[in-house]
Design a protein around this ligand. Sequence first.
Ligand code: HEC
Ligand code: HEC
Length: 442
Amino acid sequence: MCNRVFKLVVSTTSMFLFLLFSGMALAEVPPTDEIVIGGQMWNNWTKTSAGGSGAPTGETSGDYYRCKACHGWEGKGTEGGYVRRSRKDSRPNAGAGDGNATSRVIPWGTVTAAMITRTGTGRPITRGSASWVALDAEASSANTAAHHSGYTEGNLHPDYSAAAATQAAGGGNMPNAAMTAAQVANVVAYLNSGLAGPTPFFDFIFPAYNPVLYVMKANADADAGETYYNTFCMGCHGDPATDHNGANGGAPGGGILAYLAKDGKFSEFAHKAMWGSPDSIMTRAAMGSPTTQNITDVMRYLQILGKTGFPMDACLDGTWWGGVAKSGEGFNVEVSLNGEGKKIFNIFFYTSDPAGGNVYLMATGLVDGNAADVVVSIAAGGTWDDPTGVATADWGAGRFVVNDRGTVIGMTVTPNATQVAAGYTAVTYDLIRTTTPVNACS
Ligand code: HEC
Ligand code: HEC
C-alpha cells in the first residue's frame, strides 16, 4: 500500500517534470536584440546591421577578420563544414593544411570578451592578407618556407582592439573601425546563448564525407519545414529546385537545392536562415523570425528533396532485420564497387517461402544517392556439401532507400509473374540494424 502511494507520487512528479521540460522545449525563448546582432557579427561584424561601421583600414580582404572565415559557419573549424576549405590570398581557412593545429572549435557557453578582443596579443592587421606568399612556379626553399609561415600567420585570430586613445591618435590595430565594446558583448552573448554552434540544428556532422554529411535533429519535421519554406522563403527564393532571380537578387546561384548540394553548405544555410544576411533584405524578421526548430525542419525538408541526406555506402554494411513483426528473417547489406568503379548496393535476404520452406533472395543494383533500384533473384537447388546444382532465377525488382539518419532502410520488393504464380506477393516495410558497425560512420 505504502509502496503504491510512493509510486503514485513518483509518477506524478515525473509527469510534472515531463510537462515542464516538454513545455520548455516547445517555447524557445526568442533571442534578444543583442544576440541577433551577435549572430550577424559572426558573419561580418563590420556591417551596419551587425553594429559595425565599415571595413578596417589596412585589410582589403574582408574574410581576414570575419569570424566564420576561420571558425566555420557552425564554429567547428575543420571538424565542420570548412573541413576542406582552401587557403587563398583572399581568405584564411579553418586550419586545413596549417602548421598551427590549435582547435578552432568555439567553447560555446564559456566565451569571454578577452577571448575575442585579444588586445595586444592577436594578429595585427598588417599580417592578414599581406601574410600570403604565393608559391613560385620554380620552387625555392625560401619561398616554400615563406609560404608556409604566411599561411599559418594569416589564419591567426586577429587583435580586434583599438584603445580609445590610440584610436583618437589614429593608431591601434583597427584604428578607424575597431569592434566596439557593445559589439564584443553582443558576439559573446550570441556564442553563449545556446543558439550558436551546430547542436541547435544538427545531431551529427560527418566532415569525412565529401560533401560534408549532416544529420538533422531527430525531431526535425520535413512537413513543417515545407510549410515554413513555402511561407517565409518561397516569396524571394522560389522553387528550391530551380534557379530563381526574383527578390533574392539571384542568390544563391542555381537555386537553393543546387547550393545545398555543395560541400559544407548546410552550416552556412543554418546560420543565414537563422540570423539573416547583414545589410541585405534577408533580415531575420523577413524570414518570420525563425526558431532553431523551424530551421532544422526546413533543412530536413530540403535535404530529402535534394537527396543530400545519408548516402548508401559502406556505413550501412552489416546485419539488418524487419523488426519484431518480421522476426525470423534477416538481411545482410554490402555496398561495394562494380567493375566500372560505381557503387552497388547488395542485399541478401533470408526468409520463408509461400509453401513454408526457407529461401534466400539476393538483390543488387546501382546506388543513386540514398537509394538503389535493384533486381532480385532467387536461388534453389543443390544439396548439403554439394552446391553445384544451385541455380538462380529472376524473382522480380525492388527499391531500397536509406533514411536521412542512416538508421532505417525502406524496402519494397515486387515479384514477377512467375513468382506471383508461385505465391509470392509484393511487400514494403522498413529494415533496422541488428548489429553496431565498428567504424565511425554512425
Ligand atoms: C583569421 C582567423 C580568425 C578569425 C578571423 C577569427 N578567429 Fe577566433 N580563433 C582563431 C584561431 C586560430 C583560434 C585558436 C587559437 C587561438 O586561440 O589563438 C581562435 C580562437 C577563438 C576562440 C577561443 C579562444 C580561447 O581562448 O579558447 C574564440 C572564442 C574565438 N576565436 C572567437 C572568434 C570570434 C567571435 C571571431 C570574430 C569576431 C573570431 N574568432 C575571428 C582564428 C580566427
Ligand atoms: C526578402 C527576401 C528574402 C527572404 C524572405 C528570404 N531570403 Fe534568403 N536571400 C535573399 C537575398 C537578397 C540573399 C542574398 C543576400 C546576400 O548576399 O547578402 C539571400 C541569401 C540566402 C542564402 C545564402 C545564399 C548564398 O549564396 O550565400 C540562403 C541560404 C538563404 N537566403 C536562405 C533563405 C531561407 C531558408 C529563407 C526562409 C527562411 C530565406 N532565405 C528567405 C532574400 C530573401
